[in-house]
Design a protein around this ligand. Structure first.
Ligand SMILES: C[S@@+](CC[C@H](N)C(=O)[O-])C[C@H]1O[C@@H](n2cnc3c(N)ncnc32)[C@H](O)[C@@H]1O
Length: 228
């Protein structure tokens, strides 16, 4: 699983270069959910902030943003591009913040990289203030199920079993390996005890995400929660 995490070091440059072109649908969906929140003076955390481009957007929207990012190459790139940003090296599963630190927590295309999404969601519940918002975009489990079928050539396919699957993005220029997740990991009883789900959308962004067998299916989803 260490390799899964380290792979982002290899992609950081090309990902940073192409994300603006390929992530248009996801960005539109994600920022629509964020736009109804007044970010002025609010402390915002981005889990898996990549090259920091979103942090700059959040800052322009009035937030006081901070990022956490495990890939040292991404952290270096972000600091070169945007020297004023605050980005801490680290993972979402164990974050160096006190409880109830943030008004808003966001994450885009980072949760699915973790083998332990419930652990990250527990951390979000800990660091978010009551009535704070949590918005995340992640790979859709249906997409990961199709990627699993492709990776293992249709043999012994089990939706519920975590397996590292091949995923191709950005017109197949980037090959990722990520653990698969069922939908119930994101919407567990524990999550629903801590948060109210207030918005949800699923959509697709071919050919930014590989289109398997010309099927039409959701490649990502965005959820918006309010902390109880
Ligand atoms: C596909 S990139 C997305 C980057 C950025 N959020 C964006 O939308 O451009 C996924 C990011 O998640 C980070 N990541 C991977 N595993 C993580 C974890 N366990 N906790 C936090 N971030 C993680 C990767 O290093 C990478 O920067």
């Amino acid at each position: 699983m260490k390799k899964v995490l380290k792979q982002y070091n290899n992609f950081s440059k090309i990902y940073s270069r192409d994300r603006g072109v390929h992530d248009e649908v996801g960005d539109r969906r994600f920022y629509k959910f964020l736009s109804s929140i007044n970010l002025k003076g609010r402390r915002l955390l981005d889990i898996g902030c990549g090259d920091g481009s979103d942090l700059i957007n959040f800052e322009k929207m009035g937030a006081i943003p901070i990022g956490i990012e495990p890939s040292e190459k991404f952290v270096k790139l972000a600091k070169e591009k945007f020297p004023s940003l605050t980005i801490l090296p680290g993972k979402g599963e164990k974050m160096p913040f006190s409880k109830k630190t943030f008004d808003v927590v966001v994450s885009k295309y980072a949760l699915q990289t973790s083998p332990n999404i419930p652990k990250i969601l527990n951390e979000v519940a800990r660091v978010l203030k009551p009535n704070g918002y949590f918005i995340f975009l992640s790979k859709h489990p249906i997409r990961q199920f199709l990627e699993k079928i492709n990776t293992f050539k249709g043999k012994n396919i089990n939706y519920f079993e975590q397996k590292v699957v091949d995923s191709f993005i950005y017109e197949k220029k980037i090959h990722l390996r990520e653990p698969s997740h069922p939908l119930s990991e994101y919407f567990s009883k524990n999550v629903l005890n801590n948060f109210d789900l207030i918005d949800f959308v699923e959509d697709y962004d071919f050919p930014a995400s590989e289109q398997i067998n010309n099927y039409i299916y959701p490649t990502f989803f965005v959820a918006k929660f309010k902390k109880r």
